[in-house]
Design a protein around this ligand. Structure first.
Ligand SMILES: Nc1ncnc2c1ncn2[C@@H]1O[C@H](COP(=O)(O)OP(=O)(O)OP(=O)(O)O)[C@@H](O)[C@H]1O
Length: 324
């Protein structure tokens, strides 16, 4: 996926910084002033049609970057353009060209049925009738929203609400879509729906996507290019494959036995944790779990098991280890 590279540049950052002044109470009357460099001199460009993952540990500066890209926050320094617009100076003009989804909070009206929220968006963005009908129809069909349009947002499940929010961000045909943790807290089925929809959106309409996530599978399934940010600086910008080669990851087999048992001992695995009848076995991510599952089932009184994929923190930790 991602049709960038050589296309026209849609997002452009040159030495962008954001410093927050934080005041902390250190005594009854004393306050200490401190500066937090949330984004510390970041430069990159994103071409039209690219789908780029923007990842990093907690507090790395991802949300701050996205907020600057939407014009919510003004940079402390550097140059920033989205579709040729300076977001902080022309936030309203930019709003017509971008869509934003914050996974942690909704932009929909809590007490209104979904379709009333969309009606309000239509008026806010002055979307012409035919365009509104076409975009809404497309989202309703592909995001499976048909039965939900009359339901107040407060009654929607997290996965339903997220799909509703994604539709809301797309009604005005934005060229760029910023997604901040769009799959957080969703079940496997909802995640698959959201990812499938985003893939089609990019393939059919060429929408540029900048995606922040802690879920490695989001990146694997959607992005050809990944940027890693840490302490406000860009640490890596390239294909996902380049991150993996820094160190092969491990997956974890979580095994529930019928009773407590000494640590499971199987070749090619490491028992990383034992908690009562539950044990955690690490094994190389590139290998199939099937023979391992069969070996455990054959030798131990097995009740249940599941496989955990490595997460982004894991990959990033290995990236640093590889450098060190
Ligand atoms: N309004 C603010 N005032 C003061 N400090 C802030 C503010 N917003 C963010 N920060 C600080 O800036 C740094 C970067 O925060 P940011 O929210 O951008 O990180 P993030 O990469 O999005 O993290 P997470 O994955 O936890 O959402 C953190 O140290 C955070 O505490």
């Amino acid at each position: 996926m991602g049709r960038g590279g050589g296309g026209d540049v849609l997002i452009e950052l040159d030495g962008v910084r954001k410093v927050f002044d934080v005041r902390r109470r250190t005594g009854l009357l004393r306050r200490e002033k401190r500066q937090v460099k949330a984004v510390d001199g970041i430069s990159f460009t994103v071409a039209r049609g690219e789908v780029v993952g923007y990842i990093g540990p907690n507090g790395a500066g991802k949300s701050t970057t996205i907020k600057m890209l939407t014009g919510i926050l003004t940079p402390s320094g550097g140059r920033l353009r989205v579709a040729g617009i300076d977001p902080a100076r022309e936030r309203t003009r930019l709003a017509h060209r971008i869509g934003v989804v914050f996974g942690q909070r909704t932009t929909l009206w809590w007490d209104l049925p979904l379709k009333d929220s969309y009606g309000l968006m239509r008026r806010m963005y002055r979307i012409p009738d035919d365009r509104y009908r076409r975009n809404l129809g497309r989202c309703v069909e592909q995001l499976d929203l048909g039965d939900l349009l009359d339901v107040p947002v407060r009654q929607l499940s997290l996965g339903q609400r997220m799909r509703g929010d994604i539709a809301a961000a797309l009604l005005h045909d934005p060229e760029v879509l910023y997604l901040d943790e769009p799959t957080i807290g969703l079940d496997v089925v909802s995640k698959a729906k959201v990812r499938g929809f985003l893939r089609e959106l990019n393939a059919e309409l060429g929408t540029t996507v900048l995606l922040t996530t802690h879920d490695l599978q989001d990146i694997e399934q959607l992005c050809e290019r990944v940027m890693v940010i840490d302490h406000g600086r860009l640490m890596y910008d390239g294909p996902l494959g380049g991150l993996h080669t820094v160190g092969e990851g491990e997956r974890t087999l979580v095994v529930d036995l019928e009773t407590e048992h000494p640590p499971i001992d199987l070749p090619g695995t490491r028992t990383v944790k034992v908690e009562g009848p539950r044990q955690w076995l690490a094994f190389p991510a590139a290998e199939s779990a099937a023979p391992l599952v069969a070996a455990v089932a054959e030798r131990y009184p097995l009740l249940d098991l599941s496989v955990r994929e490595p997460d982004i923190e894991d990959v990033i930790a290995r990236m640093y280890a590889g450098r060190g």
